[in-house]
Design a protein around this ligand. Structure first.
Ligand code: S3P
Length: 173
């Protein structure tokens, strides 16, 4: 079976939904950020601090190259994974790209408690930064096959939406 790849901005629920989806579909769950941390022996925040965003993106690309060829997985990708053309190509070829979205104020509320582990938002004005990044990244996220707004839905409801969206796509093939 093709992979289900969850993409989208930080705080849209990729990891929690991915875990629920994997449980439900009895598939392995792969969180790319956790794989990067495991390989580097450092947290994402430490990688950004030591090697900058460029250093993090290199590790992210290596992990995408390693994971994309395998099948049957539910993959949660980091929010910036689609900024790299090769990542887009590999992940699209490996399965269905599902972009999770949420309103900026919902993202802010969800990410505030985890700002130390989200170096890109961890500055003086996180709302301004996240709105700027959302605008910049809109074309990248638009490349997903399916988009689901998670703002007013529970984790299980979003997982259900993903399953439905995949079934509809399979029927249309
Ligand atoms: C990033 C999102 C983070 C992590 C890194 C960069 C981004 O992952 O990969 O901090 O560029 O949006 P989550 O989307 O899982 O928070």
């Amino acid at each position: 079976m093709r992979n289900i790849v969850l993409v989208g901005f930080m705080g849209t629920g990729k990891s929690v939904v991915g875990r629920a989806l994997a449980r439900r579909l009895k598939r392995p769950f792969v969180d790319l950020d956790r794989l990067i941390e495991k390989g580097a022996g450092r947290s994402v925040a430490k990688i950004f601090a030591d090697s900058g965003e460029a250093g993090f993106r290199e590790l992210e690309q290596e992990v995408v190259r390693a994971v994309a060829p395998k099948l049957d997985q539910v993959i949660a990708a980091g929010g910036g994974v689609l900024l790299n053309e090769e990542n887009v190509r590999l992940l699209k070829a490996s399965g269905i790209l599902v972009c999770l979205t949420a309103r900026p104020e919902v993202i802010l509320k969800r990410t505030l408690k985890m700002l130390p582990s989200r170096p890109l938002l961890n500055g003086p004005n996180p709302l301004e930064k996240l709105e700027e990044l959302l605008t910049l990244r809109a074309p990248s996220y638009a490349q997903a096959h399916v988009t689901i707004d998670t703002s007013d839905r529970s984790v299980e409801e979003v997982a259900e939406e993903v399953v439905k969206a995949i079934e509809v796509r399979e029927e249309c093939r």
